[in-house]
Write a protein that binds this ligand. Sequence first.
Ligand code: FPP
Length: 253
Amino acid sequence: MGIREELMERIDMERIPRHVAIIMDGNGRWARGRMRGRSEGHAEGVNSVHNITKAASDLGVKHLTLYAFSTENWNRPAEEVETLMHLIGWAIRKETPELKANNVRIRLIGEIGRLPESVRADLEEGCRQTASCDGLNLNLCLSYSSRRELTEALQAIVDEVAAGKRPPLVDEDTISSHLYTAGIPDPDLLIRTGGEHRISNFLLWQIAYSELYFTPVLWPDFDENALLEAILDFQGRERRFGMTSDQVREQKP
Ligand code: FPP
């Protein structure tokens, strides 16, 4: 039996995380380790995006949220930013037919208006083409900053109150419904590749109760088996949401 089959045998298909979010890190180090340019690491990272999207879709994950470009990434050398933008546009154009065939819907999260016009057009076309797909939701975070998302949400709420459009009482649902992720359930599992143990301004509100999984595997090396390992680790944990183990057991049918 191969490694994949062994892992699949141990996976409980009834307890697949509904929402997996990933901080894809390590493209640069992957390239440096092979004496190649950083751009080649990013190009290889696109292969991982392809493989992990397919694997998540096959497993029945409902939301896969990928941190593809942070607001802070605009500060990288202009040449690297240009390469990344070019790659993202190219990858979306290339992948959209297969995503559509696999019933995957592309959704965009972040300050999409800051992206170059042509990349935005490619992304919007990908969204349009897959709008009626109701399998996996592939949520791409582009020019995304969680603090900015929260700041904008709070400003929007304040403006609505000032305009008399809503009462001044704010609860958690008010905030959630003003985030880019409105309507998307919170991540069950957050994976970070590349060996760092940081959240880097990603989904700060949404990951309040997510299980965190850090792996030293660099993103271009993160394959289907690595995803299965992460899901197995997730399935071995007890999610208590602040309750005791006894209370959690009593809740189970
Ligand atoms: C982090 O590695 C990776 C990124 C900043 C970019 C990730 C983007 C892709 C893989 C392309 C996404 C494409 C689509 C279609 C969504 P790093 O450069 O920070 O690596 P390092 O920490 O080793 O330097």
